[in-house]
Design a protein around this ligand. Structure first.
Ligand code: ADP
Length: 213
């Protein structure tokens, strides 16, 4: 866990996309403050801009207007590569799986550790084993992503996001396409991390109560 306790602040944030020569706003003039240790569910209908909001927070896309601040400084990547500072501060799981299929689980996590500035193999190895333990996936290190079930892949993706012990987790549809047991296991892991102080920002289309009641 990082020593500092960053607050995320969005100030009048707008993100536009172009489609067939028209421009429209996926996110319009959002003001939002997320304090360290909060657990935030982002809910809303499809196309409401939830994924875009998460990408803005994780420094994956740049706002067209307004600013996203982490501990007072801009998260936006320039050029579009999140800085080591953001990689360390924010563990991001994208909606579309991003594990590299020709690399082992260990290598996938090792690359994330290196991207976060963890250059000593011994330190990286310890973090990788720890992250896999947290999500209940110790033992899969030598396997390839294609050998895992959907539930296992999503856990490994969460482990990859945890490798740099980030104070903030931004999780896009981490629980999509999982059965109810896997969802509750995942939420249990997240609530434990949150209890230890990690900020969690998660979106799941339609929320949980509506889908599973
Ligand atoms: P949600 O996650 O709530 O479903 P998104 O943030 O994915 O919403 O999308 C918001 C709107 O922006 C949608 O209309 C979507 O089609 C559009 N959009 C998202 N990403 C892109 C993109 N890379 N290029 C063009 N339009 C996009």
């Amino acid at each position: 866990m990082a020593g500092n306790m960053p607050t995320i602040e969005l100030k009048k944030v707008t993100k536009r996309y172009r489609f067939e020569r028209r421009q429209y706003e996926a996110v319009s003039q959002i003001d939002l403050t997320i304090r360290q240790g909060e657990f935030l569910f982002v809910v809303g209908s499809s196309g409401a801009g939830k994924s875009t909001l998460l990408k803005l927070i994780a420094g994956q896309v740049r706002a067209d207007a307004g600013v996203v601040l982490l501990d007072g400084s801009d998260v936006a990547p320039l050029p579009l590569i999140p800085s080591v500072r953001i990689r360390r501060a924010v563990g991001y799981v994208a909606q579309e799986p991003r594990l590299i299929h020709r690399r082992t689980i260990y290598d996938n996590l090792y690359m994330a550790a290196q991207a976060g500035g963890l250059n000593r193999e011994k330190d990286a190895m310890e973090r990788i084993y720890k992250a896999l333990s947290i999500v209940g996936m110790r033992g899969v290190e030598r396997q390839f992503p294609g050998e895992l079930s959907i539930g296992q892949s999503r856990r490994v993706e969460l482990a990859r996001a945890l490798v740099n012990s980030p104070p903030i987790l931004v999780l896009d549809e981490l629980t999509a396409n999982l059965d109810e047991d896997n969802i509750w296991d995942m939420l249990h892991v997240l609530s434990e991390l949150n209890r230890m102080g990690t900020t969690v920002v998660i979106q799941h289309e339609g929320g949980y109560a509506t889908q599973y009641s």
